[in-house]
Design a protein around this ligand. Structure first.
Ligand SMILES: O=C(CO)COP(=O)(O)O
Length: 134
């Protein structure tokens, strides 16, 4: 088995993901924390990234595939490769998701690799300042 570990990026790398019912909260969170986020390297699942950049055009976000089409797995793979320092994933606990197995796999890898993982805005607001200044 080959294990890949990248040299840490100069700035912290954060992955943004939000279920559909939480995308407005993610866009609002990005706007409220735009200065901290601007000091990081940002990746996001496809639609989440589009919504964040719509609200905050000054933020540069690398968009991966949409979550149901593999975006969650792409972020999980990046976590396994040591390329993500923090996961902000605004989860909708009230709706079923067809790609729930991918969602679980993503969270599982965040746990396996012990990276900070914020699943709601209250946690993200507390963790982001720490992650952004690391
Ligand atoms: O489905 C998602 C998380 O599981 C998010 O994907 P999108 O940002 O592409 O909607």
């Amino acid at each position: 088995m080959t294990e890949t570990t990248e040299t840490p990026a100069a700035t912290p790398t954060i992955a943004l993901v939000a279920h559909d019912a939480k995308k407005a909260e993610m866009a609002a969170f990005a706007e409220a924390h735009r200065n901290e986020l601007a000091a990081t390297t940002l990746y996001a699942t496809g639609t989440t990234g589009a919504r964040v950049m719509e609200r905050c055009p000054e933020l540069s976000v690398t968009r991966l595939k949409s979550g149901p089409l593999g975006g969650d797995q792409q972020i999980g793979a990046m976590i396994a490769e040591g390329r993500i320092d923090m996961l902000i994933f605004f989860v909708d606990p009230l709706s079923p998701h067809p790609h729930d197995v991918d969602v679980k796999a993503l969270m599982r890898l965040a746990l396996v690799y012990d990276i900070p993982m914020a699943l709601n805005p209250a946690t993200a607001a507390r963790l982001l300042p720490v992650a952004a200044s690391a």
